[in-house]
Design a protein around this ligand. Structure first.
Ligand code: BYC
Length: 474
């Protein structure tokens, strides 16, 4: 169970390590300062129907109740330790999992933890203005739930930095509160976390696509031989599931509403669909293309010696590493990657060890394809002849073998001029964004009411009705 009588709720017996407790209690007001500045805008007095973790056991970790977000009990929750756990891959395979950081991997591990930690506050910053254009009280509550849990994920990484990395760790923890999404001088580390999330379609796409990168990266880190990192990530994954749910159902509901309006009014022309105050499927496809492609970049270069050494040294595994049936060392295996040669995309085989970023990206793509197929079903059920597709893996990429090339959604290699001419067939144009935002100029917060451009969800949160007062504005 988690001890909520402590200033910092935790299940790591924090009180026994006074130095660590003091260091974290020192970081806590800085975190709160960041939350007041960069957390959801104008929300500090709202009472929000939130879930809070009460236990890390799979059954019954959540308790629901009204909380003012600055009073949310951010804390440190690790999955219980398995005394028998081993390093399951790489050159240390078969050794007991490490409870302290091996000296030779200290800077690498710190870097991975900082990179992970940096994404969490970044996403809160990206979403901070969305409350003022929410489509319903239900959705407003959901974005706040996502935001407080991203805050907790930051706490999770900061705990590891403070507990295991001494002074450098404490400095990194401070820097996590100093960088800002999109800042010209001090941006967040990874590309996608510096892109704006200007509207709710972008928010749902982000939580579907980018939070799912979170899932896959956390799964890979949950395999780590560094046991505290593994245990932290395992608990974070239980929270991540809700974020992806918000994204998947959010887009589903937008598609559903558009399809209803198209069917009722027998419309297909996007301009006529827009005139009815809903988002045309073509625009949804362009948002999908954008969020998919910037998220693919988050997996890093197709061929990466960093990724090879993370794996070889037992720091970061593959997706579901222990379920895979091979030697878990990858000394002989090969893996296909793609590169652009002239005006062609060519497949080539490289040592699997160097292609681990690409492999994780491919695992991710498989899961994404299933989600997009579920969206497609909504369109098919409405009998509308429109096909949502995933663009080619090389489309609109800024990291890896496709960076610097212009690849169409179908995988054609284009000249810079051809790309410039056609890019807004595939990516949201300023006019598309302007249109989407024109639907979201104010917030809809009457209990049970939903904006015209989105269908209500099938059910409420924690079995509450849809017209439940999920947020009290005071
Ligand atoms: N943008 O060898 P490479 C989440 C850099 S999301 C900018 O390919 P590596 C969440 C790279 O840092 C999950 N730079 O990279 C979701 C390196 O820099 P240096 C986040 C990039 O190391 C929603 C250089 O390029 N977690 O949790 O194999 C809401 C060479 O690259 C990018 C993690 O990512 C980029 N996209 O792999 C809230 C897990 N990609 O050393 C939260 C931790 C690469 O040359 N991170 N670079 O200066 C990692 O495991 C790895 O750092 C990466 C990159 C997979 C990201």
């Amino acid at each position: 169970m988690i001890d909520y009588t402590e200033k910092i709720p935790n299940n790591v017996d924090l009180g026994r390590d006074r130095g660590l407790q003091r260091a974290l209690e020192h970081w806590q007001p800085a975190y709160m300062g960041w939350w007041y500045d960069m957390g959801p805008n104008e929300s500090h007095n709202y009472e929000v129907y939130l879930r809070t973790a009460t236990s890390v056991e799979p059954d019954g970790w959540a308790q629901f109740g009204y909380v003012k977000m600055p009073d949310y009990r951010w804390g440190i929750f690790l999955q219980p330790r398995d005394e028998k756990r081993e390093v399951n891959f790489g050159i240390h395979k078969g050794q007991a999992a490490w409870q302290e950081v091996p000296g030779e991997y200290r800077s690498t591990l710190r870097r991975v933890i900082v990179t992970q930690g940096d994404t969490e506050p970044a996403s809160v910053e990206q979403q901070r203005l969305l409350g003022s254009s929410c489509p319903s009280m239900y959705d407003l509550r959901n974005i706040f739930q996502v935001n407080v849990e991203e805050g907790r994920h930051l706490w999770a990484m900061v705990y590891l930095l403070h507990r295991y990395f001494g002074r450098d760790g404490r400095e990194e923890a401070e820097s996590l509160l100093a960088r800002r999404s999109g800042d010209a001088d001090n941006p967040r580390i990874l590309g996608a976390f510096n892109e704006p999330t200007p509207d709710w379609l972008a928010f749902y796409m982000f939580t579907f696509f980018t939070d799912r990168d979170g899932k896959f990266q956390l799964c890979a880190l949950a395999e780590s031989g560094f046991d505290p990192l593994s245990r932290t990530c395992r608990f974070m994954l239980t929270e991540e599931a809700h974020h992806m749910f918000v994204g998947e159902t959010g887009v589903t509901r937008i598609i559903k509403r558009t399809c209803e309006v198209m069917k009722e009014n027998k419309l297909e022309d996007p301009a006529q669909v827009r005139a009815m105050g809903v988002i045309d499927l073509q625009t949804i496809q362009r948002y999908l293309n954008f969020h998919y492609s910037v998220t693919l970049d988050l997996y890093g270069s197709d061929v990466s010696s960093n990724a090879a050494s993370y794996f070889t040294n037992g720091l970061k595994g593959r997706f579901r590493e222990t379920k895979l049936e091979d030697d878990h060392v990858l000394s002989e295996a090969e893996y296909p990657v793609y590169e652009v040669i002239g005006d062609k995309i060519v497949k080539k085989s490289v040592p699997a060890l160097t292609a681990l970023n690409e492999r994780l990206r491919d695992d991710y793509i498989e899961e994404i394809a299933d989600g997009v197929a579920r969206w497609q079903r909504v369109i098919d059920e409405a009998g509308i002849p429109f096909k949502l597709t995933l663009p080619h893996k090389g489309f609109h990429r800024a990291i890896g073998n496709f960076a610097g090339h212009h690849i169409s959604v179908n995988g054609d290699v284009l000249t810079a001029e051809a790309w410039e001419k056609r890019k807004y067939e595939w990516l949201p144009s300023p006019a598309d964004e302007k249109f989407v935002q024109s639907l979201m100029t104010g917030r809809v917060v009457e209990p049970g009411k939903f904006a015209n451009w989105i269908a209500p969800p099938i059910r409420g949160i924690n079995s509450k009705p849809l017209d439940f007062e999920y947020v009290r504005f005071n």
